[in-house]
Every structure is written in C-alpha cells, then in structure tokens.
Ligand binder design. Structure first.
Ligand code: GDP
Length: 178
C-alpha cells in the first residue's frame, strides 16, 4: 500500500452544530471505525483529523474539521468553509434547541459562507441511544433535511449506530473522482 502522504484526491469535510451535540465523538468514532482502507495519519491539529480510504481504486484523503464549539468557530467562518466538499450538520435528538439552531443559525451561516454549490450536506441527529429523552422526532429531522437539501440519518456515537453510514456522504462525493 502507498504511503499515507500519497493520494489521488483530497476532500475537506466540516462538522457543524452546537457544543456538546457529539461532533467530536462522531469524529473519533468515524475515524477509528474499521472501514475500507483504514489508515489513520497522526493528528496534526486538535481541530481536524485525516482519514484515507480507497473508492473505485482511487485513494482519497479526507480532512475532517470539527468546529470545536460555535463561539470559536464564528470568528473564522469564511476560511473554515473555503473549499469544503462536504458539510455534516449535527444536532442532539434530546436537545431541541440544538435542532432549531441548525435552521436558525447554522443553515444561514452555510448559505452565507459556503461558496461550493456542489458541496454535499448531511444532517445527523445524534444520541439516539437516549431514546427515552428524545425531543426531536425522526420525522422532523427528515423534513428539515428534505427542505434544506441534506442527506439524513440518526446516529449514536456511543453505541456506534449508523456510524459507518457517514461515509456514504463521501462515496457520493467520490463520483467526482474519475
Ligand atoms: P461536541 O461538543 O459537539 O464535539 O460534543 P462531544 O463529542 O464533546 O460530546 C458531548 C458529550 O456528549 C460527551 O459527554 C459525549 O460523551 C456525549 N455523547 C456524544 N455522542 C453521544 C451519543 O451518541 N450518545 C450519548 N449518550 N452521549 C453522547
């Protein structure tokens, strides 16, 4: 296999959403999940992780950026969004505000700053393992995803439910790699 430094195509993926919805946990679960060609490069910064996977014989380099809380993120919006191929919007199904904030705050930010109209968006309702505390129904999540042109899934970083579905976003994006 080729060294970690060589790849055919590079993707920039952003994780967006309120603090404590589980972005970092999803990032860790996703990057450490056994997937196609799991080759984890050392973490270069605290705010992003790199994953390599092979799709259609091409080696893809994924750089996944975590917003690390909205307060800090708000100051660096344009550069954060620049060149992004995929945006993962995360809310906590047990915190209604984290869901309404996606529509009220984050969707507007994306509209303002995301210059790549081809950017693939995915809405993720996290913490479904806490189903008895659920405040946002699956139907509401799905409706918002459809309205805003996002793929949709519900996940749990704790039980790892649907974690391996997250790369479907990237496989769809990989259609640009011919
Ligand atoms: P971030 O601020 O969005 O990056 O959120 P974190 O990943 O730091 O998670 C915030 C808290 O929620 C931590 O205590 C996590 O352990 C917890 N957490 C994250 N994902 C899940 C999940 O799917 N289920 C449960 N029960 N807890 C979770």
């Amino acid at each position: 296999s080729s060294p970690a430094s060589s790849y055919d195509c590079s993707f920039k993926i952003l994780l967006i959403g309120d603090s404590a919805v589980g972005k970092s946990s999803l990032l860790v679960s996703f990057v450490s999940a056994s997937h196609i060609d799991d080759e984890i490069a050392p973490t270069i910064g605290v705010d992003f992780k790199i994953k390599f996977l092979t799709v259609n014989g091409k080696k893809l380099k994924l750089t996944i950026w975590d917003t690390a809380g909205q307060e800090r993120f708000r100051g660096i919006t344009s550069s954060y969004y620049r060149g992004a191929h995929g945006i993962i919007l995360v809310y906590d199904v047990t915190k209604r505000e984290s869901f309404t904030n996606l529509a009220d705050v984050w969707a507007k930010e994306i509209e303002l700053h995301s210059t790549n109209k081809e950017c693939i968006k995915m809405l993720v309702g996290n913490k479904v393992d806490k189903n008895e505390e659920r405040m946002v129904t699956r139907e509401e999540g799905l409706a918002f995803a459809q309205e805003s042109g996002c793929l949709f899934l519900e996940s749990s970083a704790k039980t790892r439910e649907n974690i391996l579905e997250v790369p479907s976003l990237l496989e769809e994006g990989s259609s640009v790699v011919k």
